[in-house]
Design a protein around this ligand. Structure first.
Ligand SMILES: NC(=O)c1ccc[n+]([C@@H]2O[C@H](COP(=O)([O-])OP(=O)(O)OC[C@H]3O[C@@H](n4cnc5c(N)ncnc54)[C@H](OP(=O)(O)O)[C@@H]3O)[C@@H](O)[C@H]2O)c1
Ligand SMILES: *[C@@H]1O[C@H](CO)[C@@H](O)[C@H](O)[C@H]1NC(C)=O
Length: 331
C-alpha cells in the first residue's frame, strides 16, 4: 500500500475505534438520580435556550412546577410551550427577568415572593460571555452585572422563600473559566480602567464560585444548600454568540464561518451537547444524596477542587460586602 493510503487507512480506523470511548469520555458525568420533584417549585434563569432549557425540561419531567425566568418573554413562552408538550407537565410558567436591570430583578422577586407559596430550587444559570464592554442599566460592566450582581441580588431577595421551603437548594452555574484568573480585581471591579473581555468573563465566573461558597456559610443550619458548578464545554449553546460576532467583524464572513465550522467540528467530538452540559446542574438540583451537601463546586456531577482563588474566603467575604453595596442591599 502506498504510504499515504496506509496512513489514511490507519487514521480512519483509529478514529472509528476511538470515537465511541472519546465521546463517552467527553460526555462526562450523568445525573443518575430518579428523584421526583412533584409538589416542588424550581426557578431557572436563562431557561429559554442552551443548558438552561434542558435543565428546565428535566425538572418538568420530574413533575416540578417550573418557572422560566427570562429576559425575553417571547422566547421564554416558546420554550415553555415546547417543554409542556414534550413532558406533558402543564405547570411550566414564564416570568420576565432581565439580570442586566436591578429594577427587573426586584420586580421578578416581588412577583415570586407574592405569588408563589414555596421555592425549592433556584438555579442561577443565565449568563453572557465575552461581550464588548457594555453596561447594564445600572452602569455595571455587562458580564459582571449579568453573571454575578444580578443573580446575587436575585438570590438574596428570594432567600426567605427558600428558607421557608427548606430543605431547598441554590445552584449557581459557574465555569472552569474561573480557574483562569488569579482573583477579583477589587481596585477595578467594574472594569472602568481597563477592559479585557476574557478576563472579565473569568472573573465573573470566579465571582459565582465565591458567591456560592460565601452563601453556603451564611446559610449553615437553615436547610438551604448552595453549590456552584462547571457544566462542561458546550459549543452548541448560544453562549458563543458575541465571540462569533467578534470573529465576523475581525476576519470577515467567510473566514469567520470557516473558523466556526472547524471549532464546531472539534467540539462535536470533544465537547458536550446541551443535554450532557445540563447534567451537573440537574444533579445539584435533585440528587437525594446531595441533600445536605453545601459549599462545594461540582463538575461532571461530582465535587471538584477549585483554584486557590476559588477557595479564598477573605475575597469571598469582601466580594459579598462590595456586591451588597453595588446592588443597594446595603449603603
Ligand atoms: N456553554 C459553555 O461551554 C459553558 C461553559 C461553562 C459555563 N457555562 C455557563 O453556563 C450558563 C448557561 O450557558 P449556555 O451555554 O446555556 O448559554 P446560552 O445558550 O447563551 O444561554 C444563556 C441564557 O442566559 C440568558 N441571559 C443572558 N443575558 C441575560 C439577562 N440580562 N437577563 C436574563 N437572562 C439572560 C440568555 O437569554 P437570551 O436567549 O434572551 O439571550 C439565555 O437564556 C452560563 O452561566 C455560562 O456562563 C457555559
Ligand atoms: C440530611 O440531614 C437530615 C437531617 O439531619 C437527615 O435526616 C438526612 O438523612 C440527611 N440526608 C443525607 C442524604 O445525608
Amino acid at each position: 500500500m502506498a504510504p499515504l493510503l496506509r496512513f489514511t487507512a490507519i487514521t480512519v480506523l483509529a478514529a472509528a475505534v476511538l470515537y465511541v470511548p472519546v465521546r463517552r469520555w467527553a460526555a462526562g458525568g450523568v445525573c443518575e438520580s430518579q428523584a421526583r420533584m412533584d409538589g416542588k417549585t424550581v426557578i431557572i434563569t436563562g431557561a429559554n435556550t442552551g443548558i438552561g432549557k434542558v435543565t428546565a425540561r428535566d425538572m418538568a419531567e420530574r413533575g416540578a412546577r417550573v418557572i422560566l425566568a427570562c429576559r425575553s418573554l417571547e422566547k421564554a413562552e416558546e420554550a415553555a410551550k415546547e417543554i409542556r408538550s414534550q413532558t406533558g407537565n402543564k405547570n411550566v410558567v414564564v416570568h420576565k427577568l432581565d439580570l442586566a436591570s436591578l429594577t427587573s430583578v426586584r420586580q421578578f422577586a416581588k412577583v415570586i415572593n407574592d405569588a408563589e407559596p414555596r421555592l425549592d430550587v433556584l438555579i442561577n444559570n443565565a449568563g453572557v460571555m465575552h461581550t464588548p464592554r457594555w453596561e447594564t442599566e445600572d452602569g455595571f460592566e455587562m458580564q459582571f452585572g449579568v453573571n454575578h450582581l444580578g443573580p446575587f441580588l436575585l438570590t438574596n431577595l428570594l432567600l426567605d422563600k427558600l428558607r421557608q421551603s427548606a430543605p431547598s437548594r441554590v445552584v449557581t452555574v459557574a465555569s472552569l473559566a474561573h480557574t483562569f484568573t488569579s482573583g477579583i480585581d477589587f481596585d477595578d471591579i467594574n472594569s472602568q480602567n481597563s477592559y479585557h473581555l476574557e478576563k472579565a468573563y473569568d472573573r465573573s465566573k470566579l465571582a459565582n464560585v465565591l458567591f456560592s461558597r460565601e452563601l453556603s456559610k451564611k446559610l449553615k443550619g437553615t436547610g438551604v444548600t448552595s453549590n456552584s458548578l462547571h457544566p462542561g464545554v458546550i459549543m452548541e449553546s448560544d453562549l458563543m454568540r458575541y465571540r462569533r460576532d467578534e470573529w465576523q467583524g475581525k476576519f470577515g464572513e467567510h473566514v469567520a464561518s470557516a473558523l466556526r465550522k472547524v471549532v464546531g467540528a472539534i467540539f462535536s467530538v470533544f465537547g458536550k451537547t446541551v443535554e450532557e452540559g445540563a447534567q451537573t446542574s440537574i444533579c445539584c438540583a435533585v440528587a437525594e444524596d446531595l441533600e445536605n451537601t453545601t459549599g462545594l463546586y461540582f463538575s461532571d456531577c461530582v465535587p471538584k477542587e477549585t483554584s486557590a482563588a476559588g477557595m479564598d474566603d477573605e475575597a469571598a467575604a469582601r466580594l459579598w460586602d462590595v456586591s451588597e453595596r453595588m446592588v443597594g442591599l446595603k449603603s
